[in-house]
Design a binder for this molecule. Structure first.
Ligand SMILES: [Fe+2]
Length: 304
């Protein structure tokens, strides 16, 4: 177990989504998630809400080309740079205008970019004051991907980038050290995961999540989104792994987003655990979402 990674602590700061119609997708996140919609370049929107921000740009539907994690200090940035160079990780041009110019960008084995730096201080903020959903608590907290080679992707995030493995869900009910993995959850601070990867039939975005403060926040978000015609397709429930209350819904492009509360905290020294692949592991209150049976665009939990 790695308890000396310079990546600790880091938190998810923003992610980018691509859409054939970024203007319409940005409208959804403005009204649905309470984020100011700021056009910062042709076909590129900064969505800025309380404790949450996204970039939405023109591109292939369901594209999620990068995730950006913020660091605490220049000292930490230097240490992360040294770690990446020592691990022979090739640095890429930074894709995000929301971080400083000295951001560290790396390409993972699936071609997705991870960025590490401190936020730039010259970014337009806009105003989310008048937006109904801006009064609801929801901190952008984790991003999850699907991959066809979990062992390779997981090794990159853990061994090369310095994320800490929190939990592994095994492919079957056997949880021994040699049992193949179906899901890996990684953290870079005490929150159970800020990044996770599911084994699936295709490489794709899986979901992103906003952490709220309590069960009543989950209720308020569900009421608000339902009034917009955006109803949960999975949950409310409680994940077995991470123990968080949750529901999951889809934006107009079909990207899954999650509202969560009570996500487990794990101290840095806590060793990773291994879980059987059961319904209760995915959802203690009911059905799980089996990514190996899902294309990501369907509503597999309902269909089963
Ligand atoms: Fe999640």
């Amino acid at each position: 177990m790695n308890t000396t990674s310079p990546l600790w602590p880091a938190v998810l700061d923003h992610i980018r989504f691509d859409s054939p119609d970024p203007d319409a997708l940005a409208d959804f996140y403005r009204d649905g998630l309470g984020m100011a919609k700021i056009r910062i370049a042709p076909d590129l929107y900064l969505m800025n809400g309380p404790q949450r921000r996204l970039l939405i740009g023109k591109g292939e539907k369901n594209g999620q080309p990068f995730a950006a994690f913020s660091l605490q200090s220049d000292t930490q940035l230097r240490a992360v740079r040294e770690m990446l160079l020592a691990n022979d990780v090739e640095l890429q041009p930074s894709p995000t205008p929301l971080f400083r110019d000295d951001a560290l960008a790396v390409k993972d084995p699936d071609g997705r970019i991870a960025v590490f730096c401190l936020p730039a201080d010259n970014v337009a903020s806009g105003s989310h004051e008048g937006l109904r959903a801006a009064k609801f608590s929801g901190r952008l907290q984790h991003v999850v991907v699907a991959t066809t080679d979990l062992d390779r992707l997981g090794a990159f995030y853990e061994k090369k980038l310095g994320f800490t493995l929190s939990d592994t869900v095994c492919a079957g009910e056997e949880t021994g050290p040699d049992a193949p993995a179906a899901v890996n959850f990684y953290r870079a601070d005490v929150e159970h995961h800020s990044f996770a990867a599911f084994l699936a039939k295709t490489v794709r975005s899986d979901h992103h999540c906003y952490e709220t403060t309590c069960w009543n926040d989950i209720r308020d978000w569900a009421d608000h989104l339902a009034e917009m015609g955006c109803t949960p397709w999975w949950g409310p429930g409680r994940h077995g792994v991470g123990r968080n209350l949750f529901f999951m819904a889809k934006d107009p492009d079909g990207n899954n987003f999650e509202l969560s509360a009570e996500l487990e905290h794990m101290p840095r020294i806590m060793p990773p655990r291994r879980w059987p692949n059961t319904q209760a592991t995915g959802n203690a209150w009911g059905k799980a979402w089996d990514r190996m049976k899902s294309t990501g665009a369907d509503r597999t939990v309902e269909a089963e």
